[in-house]
Design a protein around this ligand. Structure first.
Ligand code: NAD
Ligand code: DAU
Length: 339
């Protein structure tokens, strides 16, 4: 099946993955009119979208997905919504769960309601592999039950449940993607990879929780965006897709790879107190998205190299972010290892 859209509402488009998705659409589908709706939280950044300012077929609206009136008026001018907007950092969800419940649950419900009311062709919810919870063995399949363990993953799971309820009860034409840990340029320096890179640039310690053994499937952001685009345009309504590479990399391996690319000493690694409730492994079965014709194009070695270069070449993007509130968060989050 193929679907095409004239006007897309991209919620959370000023964040990391959302802004790459806008860039992807501008290049691959330049005829589509895009409205970005974003609250510009600490993680949202208009600098991510500066290339498109003033272009025909692109507009930015500053606002909250929980603002039902605003969302309704924007949905009236669109044929589909793609939702990236969320509070996204697990460690912050341990400090302030309610911000996550508000945006990731209630905000998702507001978007579902507007998409239903305006009879949209599709509502694509960008979800996460974290809804499955920790997977010590085997791989999560799309029909597996949710076992989220952090306020972040529980809020994403709850938002997804609301969306599935709208699909079952009201016929919302829902599509869901559950991507794995995504990295690349323009990622706010609180997630593992940009923390490691920006700290290494300044010869600061590279903090690894516990013993650095937790495993993730690191996915380059361009591959993630291409997967979302493919699901949006080609997948049957009502379907859910895992998006990941199938590879498994520990935090320690990531830190060592960053230091090797940057020719910095291994002694910069510092083991710190563990994240409470830390999920030690996620692993996705990606047979379904593979059958749709998607596969990752960027290896971890290549993607990491490109990401390191980008942060080295763009201090004007990330240096202003690492100030004030950032260091308050940092001091609160990272504690010495207690054994
Ligand atoms: P991000 O934190 O970089 O960006 C989130 C964006 O949402 C920001 O621009 C922020 O301003 C905006 N936002 C937050 N609350 C809002 C609200 N109430 N109204 C409007 N805008 C709001 O996040 P990201 O890493 O780009 O993640 C995007 C989406 O992808 C999220 O839904 C996340 O759960 C999902 N996801 C992320 C990853 C990952 O590894 N980064 C992997 C899988 C899925
Ligand atoms: O898997 C998808 C998820 O990936 C997304 O849904 C989330 O929005 C995104 O934040 C990400 O969550 P993670 O918890 O996997 O990402 P993070 O970069 O925070 O951590 C990756 C791993 O590295 C994890 O095992 C915790 C560890 N870690 C993280 C940080 C920030 C450290 O060891 N040290 C750190 O300083």
């Amino acid at each position: 099946m193929t679907r095409s859209f004239k006007r897309l509402l991209i919620a959370g488009g000023a964040g990391f993955i959302g802004s790459h998705f806008v860039r992807y659409l501008r290049a691959a589908r330049s005829d589509v009119e895009i409205t970005v709706l974003d609250k510009l939280t600490y993680a949202g950044n208009l600098a991510n979208l500066v290339d498109f300012e003033g272009q025909a077929g692109y507009r930015f609206v500053h606002g909250d997905i929980c603002d039902a009136e605003l969302v309704d008026s924007l949905a009236a001018q669109a044929d589909a919504i793609v939702n990236f907007a969320a509070e996204t950092h697990v460690d912050r969800s341990l400090m302030d769960p309610f911000a996550f419940i508000e945006t990731d649950v209630r905000g998702t419900a507001v978007l579902c309601e507007a998409a239903r009311k305006h009879d949209h062709q599709a509502f694509l919810l960008v979800s996460t592999d974290e809804v499955y919870g920790e997977v010590r063995q085997g791989r999560s399949e799309e029909d597996d039950v949710f076992r989220p363990r952090s306020p972040y993953s529980a809020s994403k799971a709850a938002g997804e449940h609301i969306a599935h309820a709208y699909a079952a009860s009201f016929g919302l034409p829902l599509l869901v993607t559950r991507g794995s840990n995504t990295y690349g340029p323009f990622q706010y320096p609180e997630k593992l990879i940009p923390v490691l890179i920006t700290n290494a640039i300044d010869d600061l310690r590279l903090p690894l929780y516990n013993d650095g053994s937790a495993v993730r499937d690191y996915l380059f952001v361009d591959d993630h965006c291409r997967g979302i685009d493919q699901v949006l345009h080609e997948a049957p309504s009502g379907s859910v897709f895992n998006i990941g590479t199938g590879a498994e990399t520990s935090g320690l391996q990531v830190a060592e790879a960053v230091l090797e690319i940057m020719a910095k000493p291994r002694s910069l690694i510092e083991f710190v107190a563990d994240r409470p409730g830390h999920d030690y492994r996620y692993a996705l079965d990606v047979a379904r998205i593979t059958a749709l014709g998607w596969e990752p194009q960027v290896t971890f070695a290549d993607g990491l190299q490109r990401t390191v270069r980008w942060y080295q070449d763009h201090p004007e993007w990330w240096r202003p972010l690492k100030s004030g509130e950032y260091w308050e968060y940092y001091r609160r989050n990272y504690r010495p290892l207690v054994s």
